[in-house]
Design a protein around this ligand. Structure first.
Ligand SMILES: [Zn+2]
Ligand SMILES: [Zn+2]
Length: 253
């Protein structure tokens, strides 16, 4: 059975109206950018790789004018993904699998650090990323890496402990990840299929939306999973939930 660790890959600051479309612009919010490490007897898996490590120093060059204008990076060097892994006693080459929930810049920015890993993405996400006028952030993901295209739900290690769940809507091939621990508790990393608990409770759809119907269906499916007594949803960018979550070498239990 796997162990599960939450790693903080810095934080993002931006206008609240980007997350809460009904609110008037002018108020900033700060959210964590998480990555999750699954240590399984058959491999070490990262779910999402955060923002490009060099973006804090030169956002214009690494993210481009549009994203650099919307988002500001916060966080010390200890919050860079390679340093978070080093604190766990791991090198990037120890990572055997990378799962990208989707290809926005804050979920795949450090992909290039893992040339030995298999990258597991939904085919719809890869196809859309490669199409003209893509939603994806090309400099973050488009490197010669071992991208594998999945068609739907996927049992990563073949024992039912780590399952990738398609949750499209925010982007065409967004996926979430369910991890079942030896305690029989299950954590479901929603990523941007649900930014925060408030989005789930108040059915708030993200401003960045590819398909409204699919987004609502994905949120409903996640809500049903979260209603199980043995299952906890881990939201994509929820500062309040993050503040009470065990992080780094501490395991989620
Ligand atoms: Zn996103
Ligand atoms: Zn995000």
């Amino acid at each position: 059975m796997p162990t599960l660790h939450a790693l903080c890959c810095g934080r993002l600051r931006f206008d609240r109206s980007l997350f809460f479309p009904g609110e008037a612009p002018g108020t900033e919010m700060t959210v964590p950018v998480p990555s999750f490490l699954v240590v399984h007897p058959r491999g070490k898996l990262l779910f999402d790789t955060g923002v490009d490590c060099l973006a804090a120093d030169d956002p214009q060059a690494r993210l481009g004018t549009r994203l650099a204008g919307l988002f500001r990076m916060a966080g010390g060097a200890d919050e860079l993904l390679p340093n978070q892994l080093a604190a766990m006693g791991l090198l990037p080459d120890d990572i055997t699998h990378v799962v990208n929930s989707h290809l926005h810049f804050d979920h795949c920015g450090c992909n290039a650090l893992f040339p030995r890993a298999k990258f597991l993405l939904q085919r719809a996400e890869l196809d859309a990323a490669r199409a003209p006028r893509s939603h994806a952030h090309d400099p973050s993901w488009n490197h010669p890496l071992d991208y594998r295209a999945l068609d739907g739900e996927h049992d990563v290690f073949g024992d039912g402990s780590v399952i990738l769940l398609p949750t499209p809507g925010h982007t065409p091939g967004h996926q979430s990840m369910s991890v079942r621990l030896s305690s029989d508790r299950t954590f479901v990393m929603t990523a941007d299929a649900c930014y925060t608990q408030a989005h789930l409770d108040r059915e708030i759809l993200p401003t960045s939306l590819w398909d409204t119907g699919q987004m609502i269906a994905s949120m409903d499916a996640l809500r049903k999973l979260g209603e199980r007594s043995d299952t906890e949803l881990v939201f994509g960018h929820d500062a309040q939930q993050w503040a009470r979550m065990p992080q780094g070498t501490a395991t989620l239990t």
